[in-house]
Design a protein around this ligand. Sequence first.
Ligand code: SAH
Length: 211
Amino acid sequence: MTSQRTRDRLIQRLKDQGISNELVLDVMRHVPRHLFVDEALSHRAYEDTALPIGYSQTISQPFIVAFMTQALLEDGPVNSVLEIGTGCGYQTAVLANLFPQVYSVERIEALHKQAKQRLAELELFNIQLRHTDGNGGWPNPSYQFDRIIMTAACTEVPEVLVQQLLPGGVMVFPFDDGHDQTLMKITKTEQGMVEEAMIKVSFVPLLPGLG
Ligand code: SAH
C-alpha cells in the first residue's frame, strides 16, 4: 500500500489534475507521505485525500500540497520560505526538497515536536521549526522571506506576514470570507500588493494563540 507503484499512481493523478511542474511531481514521488500519518492510516497515505492527524487537525490533500508548492515556484527559484502551520510536517518536507531554507511554525506543541522528530529522521537539515503562533510571523521580526505559505485559513491577512515578505515576494494562503474559502496568491510589488484568486479550498482555521 506504500509501494512505489501506489505512489506513482498518485503522481499520475496529480498530473491528470493539472500539476505540471516536474520538480514538484518528482519530490512528491519521493517524500514518504505514509511516515507523516498514524500507522493505522498509512495504507491510505497515497490516496489524494486529507487525513486526520489528531488534535482536530489534518494532513493536507496531496493535490493541494502540489498546487500550492507549484504556485510558490512559478515566479522563479528562490532561497527562503516560511510556512504557517507545520502540522505533521509533510508540506514542510516537500518544501525542504525544493528551497534552500525552510522555516515553519506550529501552534500545537505536540504536533511541533512530532514534526521535528520526523523531519530529523528524514535527515532534512535545512528546516527550522518553532512552536509559536503564526499570527505573529517568524519570531525573529528582522527576518524576511521570498515566499510565505499558510496552511490554515485566515479571515484577515496578518499584517506582520506582509512585512516579513521580501520585495517581489509571494504569499499563498487560504482566505475564508465567512461563506467559502479561496486560495489566494499575493505578490509584493513596488506598487503594492497584487492579488490573485486561484481555486476553492477547504482548510482548518488559522487559530489565535498557542494550543
Ligand atoms: N502543513 C500541513 C497542514 C497542517 S493543517 C500538512 O503538510 O499537511 C494546519 C496546521 O496549522 C495545524 O497543525 C494547525 O494547528 C496549524 N495552525 C493553525 N493556526 C495556527 C497559528 N496561528 N499558528 C501556527 N500554526 C497554526
